[in-house]
Design a protein around this ligand. Structure first.
Ligand SMILES: Cc1cc2nc3c(=O)[nH]c(=O)nc-3n(C[C@H](O)[C@H](O)[C@H](O)COP(=O)(O)OP(=O)(O)OC[C@H]3O[C@@H](n4cnc5c(N)ncnc54)[C@H](O)[C@@H]3O)c2cc1C
Length: 419
């Protein structure tokens, strides 16, 4: 950071920012990645990698590390509150990764940061925050703050973040990989289009008994979408949709410490609540709920940035979109966006392509999201589609963990066509 100058400045070291930085560095482009927090996330959040994402990460030599830490899930089963209704076999996809891999997001971030450090020789600049930027047709000048902490308070001491230093940072391009409340997006004045009413979910992750499950179970009862995720290490996660939800609550920050505050009584209440809800929505669920490792409540909105950027300032990942958490689509699409944005930047910075190439990035990203959000017509049924599947059709699209051609292939097993 001595010169405060680089070719590409990536704001945000979540999974999407880390992958963008890796791909740019691999292409021989000078890159810096800054994050206002002090380290990677500590929780599992978006905990599934789709086959197409695995293929991309394998290209970077990451398959052995991911497969070692993750759990392969070859089947997706659909239930309602009484019984199993349909299933999808990922083996139909063929190829090297005919499964989804469940893996805590914290592990993915750790693996990506390690790859950036080891192979690209690049350290994330933690505790650096972007507070704004200006751009013209030659480049970008970002205002970057170095953050530190200070203890305040006498009777009740607490830790406060302070700005130690503020300086300009010059780059040819700035990439906003800065998550759901993206400062880069706001500085560009790009608004979100909201596609549906907000939906609230509770996630409870716990140790369980019996053998690890090898299928993802999606429970679509009359009103709610619920997902039972098998995770590595004999853990399970229930994601329950909560009703009613009319308000868009503030989206929480990712936690950076794995320590969970909560006593035995809190855990007992949570265990009882989880058992009650699963009895009601999934009476077939008969596993014990041992130690509760993590829980959260989050409201998600299906929304899309009106543009993925302009000129020398571009968005990638959650900075540009959000959707239901049922299939980890936002993370997986974000990682593919990182790949196409890095490819466009390489062509512009190293091979003399025109900057207008980036409008194709915008077009392609929005096309994919229009399909995933069902704006192009979503899923349609055929004359012999099962009546239960037909009755849940609008809720199936955001729940299938796949993209593009893989998504068409998998929904066709349910007798559905993707527009
Ligand atoms: C509590 C919670 C539960 C979730 N549950 C699920 C789930 O069940 N399923 C699912 O699919 N998804 C879930 N998600 C969402 C999932 O985590 C995101 O889709 C994923 O993290 C997106 O990755 P990203 O790299 O685009 O953005 P992020 O991971 O959000 O990374 C953005 C980074 O930018 C940094 N940053 C922000 N502003 C600045 C700035 N001004 N300067 C410097 N750095 C900045 C942040 O510190 C952060 O590290 C959950 C998220 C949370 C918080």
């Amino acid at each position: 950071m001595k010169e405060h100058k680089t070719e590409v400045l990536v704001v945000g070291a979540g999974p999407v920012g880390l992958l963008t930085a890796i791909l740019l560095a691999d292409a021989g482009i000078q890159v810096e990645v800054i994050d206002r927090e002090e380290c990677t996330a500590a929780r599992s959040y978006a905990c599934a990698l789709h086959p197409k994402t695995l293929k991309l990460l394998a290209r970077l030599g990451l398959a052995p590390a991911l497969l070692k830490r993750g759990l392969r899930i070859p089947t997706i089963a659909f239930y309602d509150s009484s019984k199993r209704r349909a299933e999808i076999k990922l083996s139909e996809l063929g190829g090297e990764f005919p499964f989804i891999l469940t893996l805590p997001q914290s592990d993915l971030e750790e693996i990506l940061e390690e790859r950036l450090r080891q192979r690209s020789g690049l350290e994330v600049k933690w505790n650096y925050r972007c507070s704004g930027f200006e751009s013209d047709d030659k480049g970008v000048t970002a205002s970057v703050e170095k953050l530190g902490g200070t203890g305040t308070g006498y009777i009740v001491p607490h830790w406060e973040t302070v700005v130690l230093k503020r300086f300009p940072f010059q780059a040819q391009f700035i990439i906003g990989a800065d998550g759901h409340n993206s400062l880069v997006r706001r500085c560009l004045g790009i608004e979100y289009e909201s596609m549906a009413k907000p939906e609230s979910f509770a996630a409870i992750e716990f140790e369980s008994d019996l053998e690890p499950m090898d299928e993802l179970r999606i429970v679509l009862d009359d009103a709610t979408t619920n997902v039972l995720w098998p995770l590595p290490g004999n853990r399970l996660r229930w994601t329950f949709q909560l009703l009613p939800c009319n308000e868009l609550d503030e989206f929480p920050q990712k936690a950076r410490s794995a320590i969970r505050v909560g006593g035995a009584n809190v855990d007992e209440d949570l265990r009882r609540w989880t058992q009650e809800v699963s009895r009601e929505r999934a009476p077939w669920f008969c596993r014990s709920i041992k130690d509760i490792a993590w829980c959260t409540q989050v409201t998600f909105e299906r929304r899309l940035a009106k543009q993925f950027g302009r000129g020398r300032c571009w968005l990638v990942g959650d900075a540009a979109h959000q959707t239901s958490p049922a299939a980890a689509q936002s993370l997986n699409v974000g990682l593919l966006e990182a790949d196409s944005l890095a490819t466009s930047l390489r062509l512009i910075l190293r091979e003399g392509a025109k900057i207008d190439l980036l409008t194709a990035y915008d077009r392609e990203c929005r096309r994919r999201w229009h399909q995933l959000l069902g704006l192009d017509g979503g899923l349609s049924s055929c004359y012999d589609t099962d009546a239960w599947v037909r009755s849940r059709i609008a809720r199936i699209l955001p729940a299938v963990p796949a993209l593009d051609g893989d998504l068409s292939n998998l929904v066709s097993q349910l007798g559905l066509n993707l527009a």
